[in-house]
Design a protein around this ligand. Structure first.
Ligand code: SPD
Length: 395
């Protein structure tokens, strides 16, 4: 007989299983869940998921046949698999997050990284990645959903889902919370070496300033670069208007003549070393660099920039779905979520985790939000953007 005692998360899943399979009534479930320390929002989420009741919007109209079939939810998952394969952005997880999960569950995790949403979408479109969890930004979730490349999640296995902050529920990219568990949110702005620049930059125009030729970088990321030049001209960073894109292309090419390179997360080392003085960069990665060199600062340009939320999703055909859910519920624990954001420097979409963070990143106020815009799916215009980016890279 094994002497391994079930963890609280496993007990919570077993409790939810018993409720779903009718071996436990709702009152006993609530009593057991409270004894395990589950929060009321998590308990309510499981009760709703197990109620068999269709959501308000999906309910049959008055007078419809009482026997109309209720749409089936995601299927129950089998036993926990022994492996899990994750693909995430680089520098985006605490050092012990994976090791602690492996120790607790016995699941062996393979962890790969990617550097842009377009790289991730390309991998998934090519098929057969074997990934169980990947972490696209909101607009890329919309792209993957449109391509039918995602599996729905089963809330029955996510009792900690109730810890997610309200801003990150029922989002534009996942209106029913059926496919995503939000991971981190952040903002694209400008990192700079305060000891090297003449004056702190406050505009995307700094990437057109010849005095910094060779000391500048912008990200190797179509949405961030073209989006920045759209904001610079007072346009939406999701614009699909031909003239706006033509202007953004011209601005990108003017900048390119002064840039050392297009580079994303790896620029941190160059900023620390002083080879790069001014870099388009995400706020959290800048905080990671600042930990190594306190002369590094970050600013949101006066013209504004992108705010985004990256979420864990399960690609179509994920081979280890039960282990994927176990990992998602694990990262939704307050202390695990807090440790991840303490390392990454980004905001946590988990309010219980934010409450435990050393230096929580505050969500922008309504006033600050006026400068920020969420990136959205470009749908039919993505080919036009690809064309602009290809010409910028080749130009
Ligand atoms: N090092 C992790 C950075 C994650 C950035 N993701 C969002 C990009 C939005 N364009």
């Amino acid at each position: 007989m094994s002497d391994k005692r079930p963890t609280e998360a496993e007990q919570a899943v077993a409790l939810a299983d018993s409720l779903a399979e009718g071996r436990l009534d709702r009152r006993s479930f609530v009593r057991g869940a409270l004894a395990l320390g589950l929060g009321l929002p998590s308990i309510a989420a499981v009760l709703q998921a197990c109620s068999g009741e269709a959501p308000e919007a999906a309910k049959a109209p008055e007078g419809a046949a009482a026997t109309a079939p209720v749409p089936a939810g995601p299927p129950d998952l089998g036993p926990m698999e022994k492996e899990l394969k994750i693909c995430n952005w680089s520098d985006y997880i605490a050092e012990d997050t994976i090791a602690n999960f492996e120790k607790e569950t016995g699941v062996k995790v393979t962890y790969d990284t990617f550097e842009s949403n377009e790289e991730l979408i390309g991998k998934l479109q090519a098929g057969a990645t074997g990934y169980d969890l990947v972490c696209p930004s909101g607009y890329a979730v919309q792209v993957l959903l449109a391509l039918k490349l995602l599996e729905p999640l089963n809330p029955k296995y996510l009792p900690n889902q109730g810890n997610i902050a309200t801003q990150f529920r029922k989002t534009a990219f996942d209106p029913t919370d059926a496919h995503t568990v939000p991971w981190q949110w952040g903002i694209t702005g400008i990192a700079y070496r305060a000891d090297k620049v003449k004056a702190p930059p406050d505009s995307w125009a700094v990437f057109h300033d010849p005095q910094y030729k060779g000391k500048l970088t912008m990200m190797d990321d179509m949405r961030d670069v073209i989006g920045a030049w759209l904001k610079f001209r007072g346009k939406s960073l999701n614009s699909t208007v031909a003239e706006d894109l033509a202007a953004a292309k011209a601005d990108s090419l003017t900048a390119k003549a002064l840039l050392q390179s297009f580079v994303s997360a790896p620029v941190k080392g160059q900023l620390v070393a002083g080879d790069v003085w001014i870099a388009q960069l995400w706020n959290g990665d800048t905080i990671q660099a600042k930990a190594e060199n306190d002369k590094i600062e970050w600013v949101l340009p006066k013209e504004g920039g992108a705010i985004w939320c990256d979420s864990m999703v399960m690609p179509k055909g994920a081979p280890n779905k039960r282990a994927a859910h176990a990992f998602l519920d694990y990262i939704l624990r307050p202390e695990v979520g807090a440790a991840i954001s303490n390392f990454t420097g980004y905001g946590s979409p988990n309010s219980a985790a934010t409450a435990k963070m050393e230096k929580p990143v505050a969500y922008p106020t309504d006033e600050q939000m006026k400068l920020l815009e969420f990136q959205a799916d470009l749908a039919g215009a993505s080919g036009d953007w690809d064309q602009v980016w290809t010409e910028v890279k080749a130009g």
